[in-house]
Design a protein around this ligand. Structure first.
Ligand SMILES: Nc1nc2c(c(=O)[nH]1)N[C@H]1C(S)=C(S)[C@@H](COP(=O)(O)O)O[C@H]1N2
Ligand SMILES: [Mo]
Length: 241
């Protein structure tokens, strides 16, 4: 994806642009794969999460849509990347990519479901269990939730501690067939298998133990604090596993 100037967080995306995308989608149907891949790339920087419901009509198949509420994020690599674990912990820690790679790696295969309706079946994820990262800092008495921040500078999310401690929540280093790519939130993103995609924060840079759940980016814009796949957010989906 080409670097572009950041759009102010939460700036509205024009309806005309969304309608233009629907036109592109029609072209994709006629022309097949390559344009659809291009379209997925186009959908990324827009990241408006389809307030009109029109983008959802574009057929892209069982593939990830690239979402970012910002125009992307800086590129971080093995030398520059760091993950700070702080807040209500016994001892704050900062982990580099090599630290995370040196911890026990867990692989899980789960569906990925966005609250807007698209679902990617049986995605392979690998990384460190979030619970092990939390244990590295030691969860302090009184903490009931975990807040996540992104080095895109804008996106935030949270999970109740009991969800955060589940075996199917990973600080993911790998996704699909290799390292988490930049567009998918690399080098490190969160994956919370039981939750809708908005909980799986990309470009993870901070984990903070908090006294109560802090509503994140989409939750202050109407999404449910509980992102469990099923009947939250006014949906009725099969649970992912
Ligand atoms: N930093 C950041 N993380 C994010 C988002 C985002 O806009 N910014 N979008 C979320 C939503 S709503 C979904 S469905 C998934 C999409 O992941 P993908 O872009 O790898 O397909 O990322 C989630 N994590
Ligand atoms: Mo989503």
């Amino acid at each position: 994806m080409t670097p572009t100037t950041p759009r102010p967080a939460g700036a509205p995306v024009g309806r005309r642009l969304v309608l233009g995308l629907v036109g592109l989608g029609a072209a994709g149907v006629l022309a097949g794969g390559p344009i659809q891949r291009g379209l997925a790339a186009v959908l990324g920087p827009i990241g408006n999460h389809d307030p009109t419901g029109l983008v959802g009509l574009i057929p892209v198949g069982n593939t990830f849509r690239f979402y970012s509420v910002t125009r992307g994020a800086p590129r971080e690599d093995a030398t520059s990347y760091s993950l700070a674990v702080s807040g209500m912990v016994d001892a704050p820690v900062t982990l580099g990519l090599a630290d995370l790679q040196g911890m026990a790696q867990t692989t899980i295969v789960r569906d990925f479901q966005c609250v807007t309706g698209w679902r990617v079946p049986e995605v392979r994820w690998s990384g460190v269990r979030l619970s092990e990262v939390l244990d590295a800092a030691g969860v302090g008495a009184g903490a009931t939730a975990v807040r996540f921040t992104s080095f895109d500078g804008t996106y935030t999310e949270s999970l109740p501690l009991e969800v955060a401690r589940r075996d199917d929540v990973l600080v993911a280093l790998q996704m699909l067939d290799g390292d988490v790519t930049h567009d998918h939130g690399g080098p490190v993103r969160l994956f919370a298998a039981s939750q809708y995609g908005y909980k799986s924060l990309k470009w993870l840079s901070g984990i903070e133990l908090t006294r109560a759940e802090v509503p994140g980016y989409w939750e202050t814009r109407g999404y449910d604090l509980d992102g469990t796949v099923g009947t939250t957010n006014g949906r009725s989906d099969e649970p992912t596993s």
